[in-house]
Design a binder for this molecule. Sequence first.
Ligand code: PMV
Length: 304
Amino acid sequence: MGKGYGYGKVILFNEHFVVYGIPAIASAIDKKTIAEVKKCHGREFIIHDNREETPGYKKEKLEQQKESIRLIKKAMGIDECIEIWLSGDLRAASGVGASAASCAAIARAIADEFGMKFSDEEINEFAYEGEKAYHGNPSGIDNTCATFGGLVWYEKGKKMELLKIEKPVEIVMGDTGIVANTKKAVEGVRERREKYKEKYDKIFEEAKQLVYEAREALLSMKLDRVGELMNKNHELLQEIEVSSPELDFLVSVARKAGAYGAKMTGGGLGGYMVALTPGKELQEKVAKAIEKEGYYALRTRIGI
Ligand code: PMV
């Protein structure tokens, strides 16, 4: 039996903008997907998905998941039938890098089962291939976090850079419970960007300037500034129409409960939001406020 893992992630700055070569900042979180793989007889693969989930997620993503496994097997040159078990403490949902975490975990588990030695860079390539089934045209940020872990400065097509911060910082991620389609969200931005070129160019330029300031604020642990910039980033994401009423609601609940900043995270149109909540006490306060409204809150940390 081969075994592998992949981290969940949170995008702190510039999801969507990252698809167009603008830098983004993301972090692995301390939740993982575990894959176990065993050679078997018969069909191309059998999958047992035992991950906890946002209701409906696994059913909605099943066809993309199957295609993703085909792409990973092809990239790794595996023709044999494999049986796959997915588990771990990363709840399968939109916006938390669940698909990328599973791709990295599956690639590692296949390598382990077939006795193949690959570097993390190569595993990352295979996970990227698998992500194509979920995203269409992935920027690569999710699989990079899923494979390597850490706090990541990411520019499409360039080698990612690990950012070191003084100590991990608490965050809360609130789940709207809506299973979102990242591919659709990404396509929507592409269409509107072509249609409203001037407006979008301006927003994209703002996103670019903001992320350099966010990097400096994070590295010098100016967390109140990081929070303000997350709020600003949320506005830009609203302007390109990838937020949703539920995301906006949870963002305002978190801010009212004292979060330093809050924004949607990932593909948007549902899925997760993230709030910056340094310290266990504030984290608990914000998580409770989200739960009081009837939503799932994930307590985790960035910069692990
Ligand atoms: O929805 P998620 O968590 O898979 O994140 C998607 C991030 C995007 O920037 C919207 C797309 C991409 O490929 O980077």
